[in-house]
Design a binder for this molecule. Structure first.
Ligand code: GTP
Ligand code: MG
Length: 623
């Protein structure tokens, strides 16, 4: 039996090839595999206007004929006839995105230069028009020398015209077309990328009938923000600046807050007689709450960046950039927004997973959300970093402390991706779904909206500090203060809390944790930042005993912890699921205790192992 003509669909990623392929072939599709690689081969049948069948194959998206991935290699090899298990196509259906014409034309021109019969689908004209861009397909036809058909794949617009053009294109005897072999260097394929880009830009400009200035600005910004190379560089740079700012901008306001709490403490000590009430207020409430509230400036700086990036329209671009990376660990691109929200707090993040349709996708996202560094970890990270990592410039504008904080965030992300990869192979096995998101226009963030966002963050944080954290520290203060130690014994060791911590200490001793940490870990189950408050309270009570004077928490930590212990403690907080609210919301969102328990189990195990490894490596390195 004679094979029907083969038409290959090629174009940049997200040009809409698959959408067009679905519109053209309907249900008549087959999924196979290219021999020797793990790239899927999607093919389908299409009936031409005269009734003859054509085989259509949907190739992976590529940016050029220089492959950067196995997918792109398959695309290049198919269109040059070098792919094992595939014949040379009789024609190419090149799909380009009308709203991103200059970038997509570059690859289209390389493909046209190969010399195969080509028809171009000018797809997504709906989005281009919505954004204020009107194109003239006739100019494109003239400049490119091939037929150009405007289409809207998702609305089936232009499908019949496209079929007509394909009928004309593969009109000849199919056998003859198969005989052709391509020459290695064909026309302008040899052109360097800069020349090609310049020509693509000129053609795009000539084909533009009208374009609003807003759309031109947006497009210019996007050609950097979504660029396959500059885009990720910009994203990492932005995140990096953000974490540096968290440290360098917060120094002064932290000083003011510390001053205010010290003044309040001094005032209370002046008006109250020495005794339990004074100890409760100064060692319990002020030491505990104060230790947490000093982090307000850093949390607000972090949120300032998140709010501005969101309001400016950049955040969706970041999600788009992350999509390919996410797909590689089996997550949907939709998981990006929930995961990003989890940098503020895992609770709204987990709630935001409701937009993920696929159950397994959603469950995976929920299970890894607590690994994103939430703002409650910031107090813990910053105090330990402040105490143990020297404040040194490693490069101009790059401080070592900011670098370590950045590394901790990165570690959380890497941990989450590794977890996702493992989960998707085991307990949440399944196909991952695609990404669909409209790009909003860039905007100047409105001062008022950003201000309101920051204000509501401040309210939430202070409310938490005034309720949960104050209460936990008061309870802890009581547990630390009773029973009273006889002379010669340390109060912290003798108290109820101290004895409970004795038990826990045996478990955490192998990973380098001391008695103080064991003591802090228990109340920190309520919320992570309580760990700092707990250490603050414990050391404040301890001070009454050994009269160490008015040392700051940072100096006390330096005196009592070794560097390996501090590093292990940081590592513990990257992984440990120390947050009752997160566990509660996971139970609610997964309808039962099975998944929250699984989450607690795997995260504690990871925390224990990672903290242990860190401790022993640091000890071995002689730190
Ligand atoms: N508004 C609009 N959306 C479209 C159009 N064509 C495709 N889309 C959407 O654009 C997104 C990308 O389309 P795909 O068909 O997956 O793109 P692709 O070229 O196959 O992408 P890769 O396989 O990654 O190379 C999908 O969310 C589509 O629904 C169109 O003409 N108009
Ligand atoms: Mg596709």
């Amino acid at each position: 039996m004679e094979l029907p003509p083969l038409v290959a669909m090629v174009g940049n990623p997200n040009a809409g090839k698959s959408a067009l392929f679905n519109a053209l072939t309907g249900a008549r599709q087959k999924v196979g595999n290219y021999p020797g690689v793990t790239v899927e081969r999607h093919s389908g049948r299409l009936a031409l206007e005269d009734g003859r069948p054509v085989e259509l194959v949907d190739l992976p998206g590529a940016y050029s004929l220089d492959p950067a991935s196995p997918d792109e290699r398959v695309t290049r090899d198919v269109v040059t006839g070098a792919q094992a298990g595939e014949r040379l196509p009789d024609a190419l259906l090149v799909v380009i995105d009308a709203s991103n014409l200059d970038n997509h034309l570059r690859f289209a021109m390389q493909l046209i230069a190969l010399g195969l019969p080509v028809v171009v689908a000018l797809n997504m004209v709906d989005l281009a028009e919505r954004d204020g861009l009107v194109l003239d397909p006739a100019v494109l036809e003239r400049e490119l020398g091939v037929p150009v058909v405007p289409t809207v794949a998702v609305r089936r617009r232009g499908i019949d015209t496209l079929r007509g053009q394909l009928t004309a294109l593969v009109g000849g005897a199919p056998a003859a077309a198969g005989m052709r072999r391509l020459r290695a260097s064909d026309g302008s394929v040899d052109d360097d990328i800069v020349t090609l880009q310049r020509r693509a830009r000129a053609i795009a400009a000539a084909a533009t009938v009208s374009e609003t200035p807003v759309r031109r600005w947006n497009h210019m910004l996007d050609s950097v923000a979504l660029h396959p190379l500059f885009g990720p560089v910009l994203l990492v740079a932005l995140l990096f600046v953000m974490f540096q700012a968290v440290f360098s901008w917060s120094e002064a306001p932290i000083g003011w807050i510390e001053g205010a709490f010290a003044a309040a403490e001094a005032w209370l000590k002046g008006v109250l007689p020495d005794g339990f009430l004074r100890s409760l207020l100064t060692d319990g409430v002020i030491a505990g709450v104060g230790a947490v509230v000093v982090f307000l400036p850093q949390i607000l700086i972090l949120f300032l960046f998140i709010l501005v990036l969101e309001a400016s329209g950049y955040m969706v671009r970041a999600a788009f950039l992350m999509d390919r990376l996410m797909a590689q660990v089996g997550l949907s691109g939709r998981a990006f927004i929930p995961l990003l929200s989890s940098f503020a707090c895992a609770v709204p993040g987990i709630m935001a997973t409701r937009t993920i349709e696929d159950e397994k996708d959603r469950l995976t996202t929920i299970l890894i959300a607590p690994l994103m560094t939430c703002s409650a970890r910031l107090p813990v990270y910053t105090i330990i970093i402040g105490a143990f990592i020297p404040s040194r410039q490693v490069l101009p504008f790059v401080g070592l402390q900011g670098l370590v904080l950045f590394a901790l965030y990165l570690l959380g992300i890497v941990g989450a991706f590794v977890a996702a990869l493992l989960l998707r192979r085991t307990v949440t096995k399944g196909e991952s779904s695609g990404f669909m998101m409209e790009m909003p226009k860039y905007q100047m963030p409105r001062l008022r909206d950003v201000g309101l966002g920051l204000w509501s963050r401040t309210e939430i944080f202070l409310k938490r500090a005034g309720t949960t954290i104050a209460l936990t520290t008061v309870v802890l203060w009581a547990l630390l203060s009773f029973p009273q130690a006889p002379a010669g014994q340390r109060q912290v060791d003798y108290s109820i809390a101290g004895r409970v911590a004795d038990g826990l200490e045996k478990v955490v001793r192998p990973i380098g944790f001391n008695h103080d940490i064991a003591l802090a870990l228990i109340p920190a189950m309520a919320a992570r930042e309580v760990a700092v408050a707990a250490i603050g309270t414990a050391y404040a009570i301890d001070d009454v005993e050994d009269d160490a004077g008015e040392q700051g928490l940072v100096e006390k930590l330096r005196g009592r912890w070794s560097l390996p212990t501090a590093l292990a403690f940081l590592m513990w907080f990257v992984f440990a699921p120390q947050c009752i609210s997160t566990i509660a919301v996971t139970r609610r969102e997964t309808n039962g205790w099975r998944w929250p328990l699984f989450m607690i189990g795997y995260l504690f195990a990871a925390a224990y192992v990672m903290a242990g490894i860190t401790y022993w490596l640091a000890v071995a390195a002689g730190l």
